[in-house]
Structure formats: C-alpha cells, structure tokens
Write a protein that binds this ligand. Structure first.
Ligand SMILES: [Zn+2]
Length: 371
C-alpha cells in the first residue's frame, strides 16, 4: 500500500446557518445558482434559494434528477458567456455534477458539447468558478470529488467530466436538508456511498488515508443506515449518514471506484437500474472473495468497523441491501445472469482498479449468489 500524496481540497463545513455561511463565502462576487427540484421545495433550503436567486447571474432551476446530455448542452452557453466567481449547487449528486459540467464550460469556452468537455487534455482558456456544494442526499460524495458523471441514455454511454479544478472548494453540510427525504429516495444514494467506501478498500490505489475515510463512512452507514432507510430522521442519524457520503467521496477521490461500478454501468444504461442499486448488489460476494484472497487485511478492517468477524461485516452489508430492497430493484428491471459479461465490464477502466484477479467464471458466480 503506497502513500505518496493525499489531498483533501474541499473545505467541509457542518452548517448551522446556511444563509450566513453562503454570504461569507460568496462575498461581493458573481455567482450562479443551480438548484434541484427537491432542494427548491425543501423546507430547510427553500428560503435560502429564495434569498439568493434574485442576485444570481445565472439561475438554473430546477435541475431534474440525472439530467440528459441534451439538456445540459442546451445550458452550456449561459456559462461560456458569463464571468462567475462561484457556482452554488443545491441538490443531490446529479445536481452537483451538473454544476461541475457548467464550471468546465466556463473554463473551456470553445467547447460546445459534453464530449468535448470530457477530454481531459483540453487546455482551459477561462477561469474555473469555485463550486460550493450543498448536498441534499447522503450519496455520491460529489461534494468532495473532481469528477462528474452524466448518463447519455440515447447512446447508452457514461460520460465522465473530470478536472482537478472541478473539486468543490466548499461542501456545506446541512443534515436538516435530509429530514424530508422519502425512504425510497434516500436508499439508492446511500447504497452508492456504501459501494464507494468498499470499492476504495478493494482498490489497487488504496492507501492508509483512503482506508481511514472508507472505514469512517462504513461505520456510519452500518450503524445508522438501516434505521435511516426505515424513516429515522433524528439529528444524529442525519449527520452520520451525510458525513458517511462525504467520507466515501474523499476515499474515491483518491482511489476512484472499482469492479462493482464497472459492472453497474450497463445495468443503469441498458435496464434503467438506479445507480445505487446497480453498484451495490454484488458487494457481499465481492466482500467474501477479497476476504478469501487477503484474510488478515479484511479481519483487521472488520475489527476497525467494530465487528467481531468478517462474517458480521458481511451480514451488516446484506442488511443494508435487504432494507433498501436492492435485489428487488434488479429483478423488477429484468436483469438476468447472462446479461452481465466480463468482456463488457472490462471495457470500463474502473475494472482495472480491482485489487484481486477476476475471471468470467468468478463474475458469474458472484451474479448467481447475489441476483
Ligand atoms: Zn457510484
């Protein structure tokens, strides 16, 4: 496990008074406000949206969940032609990712499409506005990462826009914003956070620092996730699940994701399985496999999580999937064992991050165990 560098760029605030914090960050600068439909209707955030929207130089509201490529491209011009110091994103992961796409458009003024923005080699001709992320789900951890994922459903492609300068300068965590989340909306993002934490553990780029953040995320998810997904909305629970998502974001910013995510992309693009379900259903089987490959490491990690054995960790993992009805989501979508093929999984670079060897037979075995 090598440690050469570990950097957390994002200034993470647990916010009591969002309006005051936001004013202090924005100062007299120009800003854009990107607001999801649910954030605008959120009892904690709605008044802040109303306060800041009139002075926004660019207002994008509402951003739908998982916006299409066409919709995002139709809004790029607003950002290419403006001068902004900050882009404020209030919403779930796809809203924060939309803000990153817009920040990239501001920096790369000649680019008119997402595929142009996705070229990592492009040289910025403009300033990249600082992103202020205000997450309204406990999920992707996008508030602490430099990349945005966009699902191109028409051509069935996943587009990743990634530049170091897209890492949010600030993450303003407002656990109260999670209070009104319905259980079925809360589940896929939290499963995604759980997958991110585990994927950063069984990752060839894992370090002691990424491991610490992944374990912090998993402790919170295992201890507070099941009750959260069954309706608990007390302050401690909301804090713990929101912190879990941010910890897992910090972990994958270092390592990126791995094999479970490489499997998930086709399930989301071809069958419409929500990302959180698609990237988590194999986790128990992968856990058992990595434990068999490196028992000492994973016994130690289970102990760090407060579990008496690797089997206890596996059962806590299965509990989360059961409460979130993950298997059901895949069955309803109509996914079957033969639909998941190793050569397709390996087309995604994330599969190369898996720390252990993999074969077609092994993947089929995982799918049989978990589907
Ligand atoms: Zn994910």
């Amino acid at each position: 496990m090598s440690i050469s560098r570990f950097q957390v760029v994002t200034d993470i605030h647990l916010v009591e008074n969002l309006s005051v914090e936001l004013k202090a960050i924005l100062g007299a600068g120009e800003y854009a406000l990107i607001v999801s439909r649910s954030a605008a209707a959120n009892p904690s955030l709605g008044p802040v949206v109303k306060e800041f929207a009139p002075s926004a130089k660019v207002l994008v509201s509402p951003v739908e969940s998982e916006p299409s490529v066409q919709w995002l491209e139709s809004r790029l011009q607003d950002f290419r032609g403006s001068t902004l110091d900050h882009i404020v994103a209030m919403g779930g992961g796809s809203c924060i990712d939309a803000a990153k796409v817009f920040a990239a458009a501001h920096a790369h003024r000649s680019a008119t499409s997402l595929s142009e923005l996705a070229h990592k080699e492009r040289v910025a001709t403009g300033f990249t506005p600082k992103i202020v992320a205000i997450p309204t789900t406990a999920g992707t951890g996008s508030e602490a990462t430099s990349f945005a994922t966009v699902w191109d459903r028409s051509s069935r492609k996943k587009i990743s826009v990634e530049y170091a300068s897209l890492t949010p300068s600030h993450a303003l965590l407002t656990p109260r914003a999670l209070c009104s989340l319905p259980n079925e909306v809360a589940a896929p993002p939290l499963l995604d956070a759980m997958s991110h934490a585990l994927e950063s553990l069984w990752n060839s780029d894992a370090t002691e620092f990424s491991e610490a953040h992944a374990c912090a995320a998993l402790r919170n998810i295992f201890n507070y996730g099941p009750t959260f997904l069954q309706g608990a909305r007390d302050t401690m629970t909301l804090r713990k699940v929101q912190w879990a998502a941010t910890h897992s974001g910090i972990a994958i910013q270092q390592t990126r994701t791995s094999i479970a995510h490489a499997v998930s992309y086709a399930l989301t693009l071809n069958w419409g399985v929500p990302h959180g379900h698609a990237c988590s259903f194999l986790l128990p089987a992968i856990w058992n496999y990595v434990v068999a490959c490196d028992p000492n490491r994973y016994m130690t990690l289970s102990a760090v999580l407060g579990h008496s054995s690797v089997e206890e960790t596996e059962s806590r993992l299965e509990e989360m999937l059961r409460v979130a009805q993950t298997q059901n989501a895949l069955r309803v979508a109509g996914v079957s064992e033969g639909d998941i093929r190793l050569h397709e999984v390996q087309q995604y670079s994330r599969s190369q991050n898996f720390s252990e060897p993999i074969s077609s037979n092994l993947l089929s075995q995982w799918v049989r165990e978990c589907l």
